[in-house]
Write a protein that binds this ligand. Structure first.
Ligand SMILES: Nc1ncnc2c1ncn2[C@@H]1O[C@H](COP(=O)(O)OP(=O)(O)OP(=O)(O)O)[C@@H](O)[C@H]1O
Ligand SMILES: [Mg+2]
Length: 319
């Protein structure tokens, strides 16, 4: 872990988001999530599809409004900020999304798109061009790309330009939501290394959202595991991998293909993933949990720290 206690850049307190489907049904996409991120960290969030990772990512800069809870950025409450204040805070919390083709206007040249973004952030025209060229240099991309349309370059190059666009207002904090999942496998590692390199060079703090626990172990200082809207475990990435305390984390790790062991014995989860509409009393993982006991059916476990920076929400954590 690179951050220090007391040097918190982001604090999330009891954050929740429900999406109402009709008068009787609602999805609790994010439920009572609390965590802090230290300045300079590369913080991973992992979990299966639909567990609420993107919703959580979008709640932080209030791209969607929470149903409850608070977000503090550099000590300031984002969730209480006025519209005007929010427009000043948002450029400091930039997002990078999964599909770069969806985040650029297909009819505009990349140069026009980037200049538009720079002008939006208040840079004068000349400074905007200089900033774009400076950032292109930083990611080793030739200025030739500026005259092209999104469809005329590769997904990997376009995602690099999405990173450039995110960096225009010099944000200290980036939320990258599955930034390589839509890309060709051959360029994924390159892009991840670029992101890590930029984090080091520009002193960024990064939330990195992924469904791939191995990528997270490789890149992140600390990692949070989400299951059905809740954080079930947070630990240093290596510690999490070597000594998972939550049965769900262990299942995620053992389901990941391990190159060095040639597969090994996999522990697959029993039961079906519950519907997001099910209102399970007690632990939401209990229907699939091999360690389920009486308490798990009655009370929702809360995330509690064991004293060594390793937190788990489980009535019967692994030894
Ligand atoms: N705008 C919305 N309206 C209704 N339901 C939504 C909305 N956005 C997300 N959900 C629901 O909230 C839950 C969490 O979705 P979310 O996209 O945050 O998951 P995720 O972990 O990012 O999944 P993935 O790995 O597939 O990207 C899902 O059940 C999803 O269907
Ligand atoms: Mg998502």
């Amino acid at each position: 872990m690179t951050g220090r206690e007391g040097d918190v850049i982001l604090e999330v307190k009891s954050l929740s988001k429900s999406f109402r489907r009709n008068s009787r049904q609602a999805v609790r996409a994010v439920e009572n999530v609390s965590f802090s991120i230290y300045r300079g960290e590369f913080f991973g969030i992992v979990g299966e599809s639909g567990c609420g990772k993107s919703t959580l990512g979008r709640l932080i800069p209030r791209l969607i409004e929470p149903s409850g809870g608070q977000v503090f950025f550099n000590g300031e409450e984002v969730t209480a900020a006025s519209r005007k204040r929010l427009s000043r805070l948002r450029p400091l919390m930039q997002m990078i999304f999964q599909n770069p083709f969806a985040s650029f206007d297909p009819k505009m040249t990349l140069g026009s798109s980037l200049r538009e973004a720079a002008l939006f952030h208040g840079l004068p025209r000349k400074a905007a061009q200089a900033r774009i060229l400076e950032l292109l240099g930083l990611i080793n991309l030739s200025a030739d790309v500026l005259s092209r349309l999104p469809k005329e370059i590769s997904g990997g190059q376009l995602q690099r330009l999405a990173i450039v666009r995110a960096l225009i207002p010099s944000p200290p904090f980036i939320i990258a939501d599955e930034p390589v999942s839509a890309l060709d496998v051959s360029v994924q590692a390159q892009l991840l290394n670029l992101l890590y390199d930029l984090k080091e060079r520009l002193d960024l703090t990064v939330i990195f959202i992924s469904h791939d626990i191995q990528v997270v172990e490789y890149l992140c200082d600390r990692t949070a595991v989400m299951y059905m809207g809740s954080m079930v475990e947070i630990a240093g990435a290596e510690e999490l991998f070597d000594r998972p305390l939550h049965p769900y984390t262990r299942a995620l790790i053992s389901a990941a293909p391990r190159l060095e062991t040639g597969g090994g014995k996999r522990e697959l989860l029993g039961g079906d993933p519950p519907s997001p509409f099910d209102d399970i009393p007690g632990c939401r993982f209990s229907p699939r949990c091999p360690r389920r006991g009486e308490a798990c059916l009655k009370a929702r476990p809360v995330l509690a720290e064991g004293g060594d920076g390793h937190s788990v929400a489980c009535h019967f954590p692994l030894p």
